[in-house]
Design a protein around this ligand. Structure first.
Ligand code: IMP
Ligand code: MG
Length: 196
């Protein structure tokens, strides 16, 4: 796999994050919020978002789940790897996620936090893929809708690489690679198949 075209440049990301911060400030109207970042993909987004909040008193906590393993194919199996250290009871919780693909990860997390009696739970996602089946996932604050590409950068990884890119880029199969190129093409096909 290799880095292809830039999908969302740094300035566009920054403007999107600023817009979301303003929406959260407006909705919270001065009430405190607990931002729950989903590790590791959301960290760059969460940090930039938190810095742009002007009127919302903010606390931070983190959850880690694994769903993807090291490929580009969602396993569909979401495991909790690290729990919160904060009691969410009675709090306005905003879950901060990097990307909504099938929505399985968020569905699990909403289900988990729902059992802990938060005052409210809202979803904030930087990206949402335009794919069949995830329309019903409730995203209260959304940065950008994207077509069905595998993307990296600004926190998003491929096998733990590329998270530190300051923009979102498309990961593409190597043009004339041997096995690796075929594996990438297979991964894309398998991702599509796994959603059915
Ligand atoms: P979902 O459970 O299928 O919605 O997948 C969500 C998780 O899969 C995200 O939190 C990401 O960690 C990962 N993911 C989904 N699509 C991509 C992508 O295009 N690039 C990198 N990670 C992705
Ligand atoms: Mg990930």
């Amino acid at each position: 796999m290799k880095l292809g075209q830039t999908l969302i440049d740094a300035a566009t990301l920054d403007a999107g994050v600023a817009r979301i911060a303003a929406e959260i400030d407006r909705d919270q109207a001065g009430r405190p919020a607990l931002l729950v970042g989903i590790l590791k993909g959301s960290i760059f987004f969460l940090c930039d978002l938190a810095k742009k909040l002007e009127t919302t008193p903010v606390s931070l906590d983190f959850l880690q789940v694994s769903s993807y393993g090291s490929g580009t194919k969602s396993s569909g199996n979401v495991r909790l790897q690290r729990d919160l250290s904060t009691d969410v009871a009675g709090r306005d919780v905003i879950i901060v996620e990097d990307i909504v693909d099938t929505g399985r990860t968020l569905t699990k997390i909403i289900e988990l936090l729902g059992t802990r009696h938060p005052k409210s739970v809202k979803i904030c996602a930087l990206l949402k893929k335009k794919i069949a089946g995830n329309e019903g996932i409730p995203v209260d604050y959304l940065g950008f809708t994207i077509d069905d590409h595998f993307v990296v950068g600004y926190g998003l990884d491929y096998a733990e690489m590329y998270r530190n890119l300051p923009f979102i880029g498309i990961l593409e199969p190597e043009p004339e690679a041997g096995n690796e190129g075929r594996e990438a093409a297979n991964a894309k096909r398998e991702t599509a198949e796994s959603r059915r």
